[in-house]
Design a protein around this ligand. Structure first.
Ligand SMILES: [Zn+2]
Length: 180
């Protein structure tokens, strides 16, 4: 069986339906073939081998509940910040954000790994702000944000979210409409 179908990803649900991971489709197929998981949403792509024809699953569910170790901190990623802030610039509140800005610049002692210190920003605002503090610019401080909850965030924080996944993420991530 060819399991190196690059770029195709499968959402993995715990037995409780909680989204817990995004894996390469090859790994998802192995989980299904070894009866560790069942297909919840079949995908469109069909995988062939001499003995098996299988639809590459978009969403699978583990047959047994897997206890996920609690993680105190979700690592900060640029994509995670952009998703959290809805791809909207926190400074001008209009432009589409494509960059991540440190509210307190790193050169001024601002933390990089602190979710509250990293915000989505458009290129224009990011460039205008440069290494200055908001107080020096007269820009209002953005509302404080807490770090995302550790579990389901891992799914949306690290992977491109497929539209077929959206119903399975609702209620778990607090993000009802995640931009693709
Ligand atoms: Zn802006």
């Amino acid at each position: 069986m060819t399991t190196t179908v690059s770029g195709i990803r499968t959402l993995v649900l715990n037995a409780s339906y909680e989204p817990i991971a995004v894996v390469d489709v090859g790994r998802a197929v192995v989980l299904v073939l070894t009866e560790k998981a069942v297909v919840v949403e079949p995908g469109e792509l069909v995988l062939h081998s001499p003995s098996v024809t299988l639809t590459a699953p978009s969403v699978i569910q583990l047959c047994r509940y897997v206890r996920i170790p609690y993680r105190a901190h979700v690592p900060v990623t640029n994509r995670g910040v952009l998703v959290r802030d809805g791809y909207r610039c926190v400074y001008c509140r209009r432009a589409r954000a494509t960059t991540v800005d440190h509210v307190v610049p790193r050169s001024r002692g601002g933390a990089h790994k602190d979710w509250d210190n990293v915000r989505a920003a458009c290129r224009t605002c990011n460039h205008r702000k440069g290494d200055r503090l908001l107080s020096e610019l007269g820009w209002p401080e953005p509302a404080p944000v807490a770090a995302p909850s550790p579990r389901s965030w891992l799914v949306v924080g690290v992977a491109r979210v497929e539209s077929v996944w959206t119903p399975y993420l609702q209620g778990w991530t607090g993000l009802e409409a995640v931009p693709a």
